[in-house]
Design a protein around this ligand. Structure first.
Ligand code: PEP
Ligand code: MG
Length: 901
């Protein structure tokens, strides 16, 4: 039979899935012999039964009663007995901490009789009635569903009557009256009396905690934190101890190290004569924990000793809650504490030095997200101005600039050397130039996976999106926030790590960690900031541990050089499309408009030296490392003028009786001819190369000639040619023949043998499913997980992110956007199949990934697990990918060891 209730003595921290974090850690502390008020925990499994069926498991009440009986026997008193009653707290506690999101009910067991027993003596009367008042209030709102505001109002009325500044000034008679008022309120609102039977109180409190798993706050929190909805919460039932029994009692919270900086020492707050809830609620000002040393030296010494034991046992920063009842210390909770990015690196280093954890474990105590946070400049918050808007912290960092309301204005002001923040309702691909020009992007709509967020993260730009409390008016060129109108040109400060916007220029502090990476990641000297030294140390660990190589997505020599300083081991994706924009667009137009081979050849010939120059620069910056150059991918019409604009221009000329530019008519005809309803699934990638004569040859020749130029200059160029968007091996085969023809042509002409590996992207489901065949013609694969995600799910990113992604995230259809973190079971399965079948056909097939996911911490672990050779990501993500690749390698070693033991 399933066991639904565990005594503290039966549990341990390994049972957190079943007992929740709180229950498991209380059990662990009890096993360690620390002073924990006795109790037991109802499992998450019981909660799951309740959530699925609407009823608690049949034997749950019996089990609870049996554990209660044991508890009562040990305590020598009974729940709610009239004389010196045993009272209980009933608390939620899920596998993952969800602070304040679910319910707690204290003082279970009090009723009109036991309240007198709790008082016992006249000096405790007030305390007893205050406890009873708290129970009726919590039970009434949490269990019986009465609006908690009604209780607050009744309390406020009473305070006003007595001109009492706070509750402590209400006397026993007032509290007795208040209990009556509360009970009347419950009767009136629910038609039911407050239950006086302690067992009934306990039974209903447990169900109320189960129910609170699906409360609105809890659901929203889970969505944001990616906590699965089906885990359920455990319920911990524990003997009450009281911190509000006078000056020799109190409650506090504490950390074994400073969670902000990681510095060793005891940090926390203490509130004399108060219950734990009062500390958290911040009703009265707490004292620094150090003051306890003066107030109650014996308890302080015991607490310090307990905290040392906990840290040694958990081998990590612990976060605790405690109560002192009449000079006796009781531990109410502990867990491994949350910390800032800086503290994470610092604590990992310290614990290694202290011999508490191994170097390998240290790597497990930090992650890529924390590292990314350390790489951005931050605001000096001591000098921060007023917050005018809150939004989603979509891309971390801090930036200051003049608010501008469209892309063109952003570009114009940036060209004048001014710093700008692009403020939009939401962004679209058209806003790209403005986003590039801006220091930060602020939008009033869209979530973490909106266009603005994804693009900003890719570029390493600061972004706050979905700031719903601002109204953006691009026509009036202003936005309104908190009743303040912010017109164009006014300076604002955007904090992408916190998701807040401030008026004015908040001073910035540069990131030392970024400077460290940008200067090549050399061993820092003793003068370097501690954080830099800690990061360096862990990066060395990660590099030593990882199996995955890390390459960069880069398509300029500057980006390539930066990527190399950041530790890139080559370029995994050099997109060639940007090389067709700007001044070169007219040459591309000429190529498309050419009437015959001669005209086309002339246009291509004019593009050739420019492309050669691009590639030479990149190969030089990445000398002796692989550079994967991808042939042109997007549909050609992307390089032509807009169809509507052209039509308007021609219509206007006609209306004015002016002769239209002959080129305009020609362009319009070409644009119309090439118009596609869904260009994402149109003439793209390899298809383009196969139908536009000479295009592949020109690009390959440019690569080959660049290789020759670099060799002649004494370099060691390692170009690789990658064919995009292949569906079938026949496409690849045809292109490959062309590539080989041009390579041998250039070799012959120059006398330098040019031998570039030719591979393909796997970014369509059909390619993944026929990878075994494709591998026969491909020397390497690179997963284009951006397109593979679009085509597997059947949605195009630009269309769907703004349209319904936030609804999908809210409904729990996605835990994270599949564009951010690889969808393991769908897209990931295709990747697995392609890896397996590709390697079966060609055992030495080199396989990487170059979609956005290559720099996403969670996805890096997946790519390690499926056996890829490398991940490729934007230069700024390279340190993150290196760190996560190291962590992934260690995690799989640990998993193997677990399996073996
Ligand atoms: C991809 O599809 O994942 C990819 C890298 O190509 P692009 O994003 O350029 O389409
Ligand atoms: Mg692609």
């Amino acid at each position: 039979m399933t066991k639904y209730v565990y005594d503290f003595a039966e549990g341990s921290r390994d049972l957190a899935d079943l007992l929740g974090g709180k229950g498991a850690n209380l059990a662990e502390m009890a096993r360690m012999g620390l002073p924990v008020p006795p109790g037991f925990t109802v499992t998450t499994e019981a909660c799951r039964v309740f959530l699925a069926t609407g009823e608690a498991p049949a034997q749950l009440n019996q089990e609870i009663a049996a554990h209660l009986a044991t508890l009562e026997q040990a305590a020598g008193r009974r729940l709610g007995q009239v004389d010196h009653p045993l009272l209980l707290s009933v608390r939620s506690g899920a596998r993952f901490s969800m602070p304040g999101m679910m319910e707690t009910i204290l003082d279970i067991g009090l009723n009109d009789y036991s309240v007198l027993g709790l008082a016992g003596s006249p000096e405790r009367e007030r305390f007893a009635w205050d406890s009873y008042r708290r129970l009726v209030q919590m039970f009434g709102s949490t269990v019986m569903g009465v609006d908690s505001a009604l209780f607050e109002e009744a309390l406020a009325r009473l305070r006003k009557e007595h001109r009492a500044a706070d509750d402590t000034q209400l006397d026993t008679a007032d509290l007795i009256r208040l209990v009556e008022t509360y009970k009347d309120l419950i009767q009136e609102r629910t038609g039911e009396a407050f239950p006086e039977q302690p067992a009934e109180q306990l039974r209903r409190a447990v169900l109320a905690v189960f129910t609170s798993w699906n409360g609105e706050r809890a659901r929203i929190y889970r969505r944001r934190e990616h906590i699965p909805d089906d885990l359920g919460t455990a319920v911990t039932i524990q003997t009450m101890v009281f911190g509000n029994l006078g000056a020799d009692s109190g409650s506090g919270v504490a950390f074994t190290r400073d969670p902000a900086t990681g510095r060793p020492g005891i940090y926390g707050d203490y509130l004399p004569n108060a219950q734990g809830e009062d500390v958290v609620a911040g009703i009265r000002n707490a004292l620094p924990l150090q003051d306890l040393a003066r107030l109650d030296p014996a308890s302080f010494a015991r607490l310090r000793d307990t905290m040392q034991k906990l840290e040694a046992h958990y081998r990590d920063l612990c976060d605790i809650e405690f109560t002192i009842e009449r000079g006796t210390l009781w531990m109410l909770q502990t867990r491994v504490g949350k910390r800032t990015a800086q503290a994470a690196f610092s604590i990992a280093s310290q614990l290694t030095d202290e011999g508490l954890i191994s170097a390998r474990e240290a790597l497990d105590r930090v992650d890529g997200r924390a590292l990314a946070r350390l790489m951005f400049p931050r605001f000096d918050t001591s000098a921060a101005g007023d917050v005018i808007a809150h939004g989603i912290a979509a891309s971390p960092g801090a930036a200051v600039g003049e608010a501008v309301f469209d892309s063109a204005e952003a570009v114009r002001r940036a060209a004048e050397g001014r710093q700008v923040v692009l403020v939009r309702q939401e962004t679209a691909p058209d806003d790209l130039p403005g986003m590039v020009a801006a220091q930060a992007v602020l939008t009033s709509r869209g979530g973490k996976t909106s266009h603005a967020a994804v693009v900003a993260r890719g570029m390493g730009k600061v972004c706050v999106c979905g700031a719903e409390d601002i109204v953006v008016d691009p026509r009036q060129r202003c936005f309104v926030a908190e009743g303040v109108t912010v017109p164009e040109g006014v300076v604002i400060s955007v904090d992408g790590s916190e998701g807040v916007v401030r008026l004015g220029a908040v001073p910035l502090i540069d990131s030392e960690v970024m400077r460290y990476f940008d200067s090549g990641g050399e061993l820092p000297d003793e003068n370097a900031a501690p954080t830099v030294r800690e990061v360096h140390r862990l990066m060395e660990q990660a590099d030593a541990a990882r199996r995955l190589e890390v390459r960069a997505n880069a398509d300029t020599p500057e980006d390539a050089a930066r990527a190399r300083r950041f530790g890139a081991q080559g370029i995994g994706l050099c997109r060639t499309e940007h090389m067709f924009l700007g001044d070169r667009r007219t040459l591309v137009e000429a190529m498309i408009l050419a009437h015959d081979d001669v005209g086309r050849a002339a246009a291509l010939a004019a593009l050739l030296p420019l492309q050669r120059q691009d590639f030479t620069g990149i190969l030089e910056a990445m000398d002796s490392l692989p550079v994967t150059i991808r042939l042109l991918d997007p549909p050609l019409h992307e390089f032509l003028p807009d169809r509507t604009e052209l039509s308007v221009r021609l219509a206007r000329d006609e209306a004015l009786g002016r002769a239209p530019e002959p080129r305009d008519a020609e362009l319009l005809a070409a644009v119309t001819r090439m118009h596609e309803e869904n260009p994402m699934l149109g003439l793209r990638g390899v298809r383009l190369g196969l139908v536009v004569p000479g295009l592949v040859a020109m690009q390959v020749r440019a690569v080959a000639e660049a290789v020759v130029a670099r060799r002649r200059a004494g370099g060691d160029p390692r170009a690789e040619i990658m064919v995009p968007l292949v569906d079938t091996v026949e496409e690849l085969h045809l292109v490959k023949e062309e590539v080989e023809r041009v390579l041998s042509e250039v070799s012959r002409e120059t006398g330098v043998t040019v031998d570039c590996p030719v591979g393909t992207m796997i970014e369509l489901p059909r390619a993944a499913l026929t990878a075994g065949k494709i591998a026969r013609d491909a020397e390497f694969f690179s997963f284009g997980t951006n397109d593979l995600t679009q085509t597997t799910w059947g949605f195009s990113r630009d269309d769907v992110e703004a349209a319904f992604f936030s609804a999908y995230l809210d409904k729990g259809i996605f835990e994270a956007s599949p564009f951010e973190t690889i969808d393991r079971e769908g897209v990931g399965r295709l990747v697995e199949i392609a890896v397996r079948e590709g390697r079966a056909a060609r055992p030495d097939l080199k396989i990487g990934v170059c979609g956005e996911h290559g720099g996403d911490p969670e996805s890096v672990h997946f790519f390690h697990d499926v056996g890829l050779d490398y991940v490729s990501c934007s230069p700024f993500r390279i340190p993150v990918a290196r760190l996560e690749a190291g962590r992934a390698a260690l995690a799989s070693v640990a998993a193997d060891e677990r399996r073996a033991s």
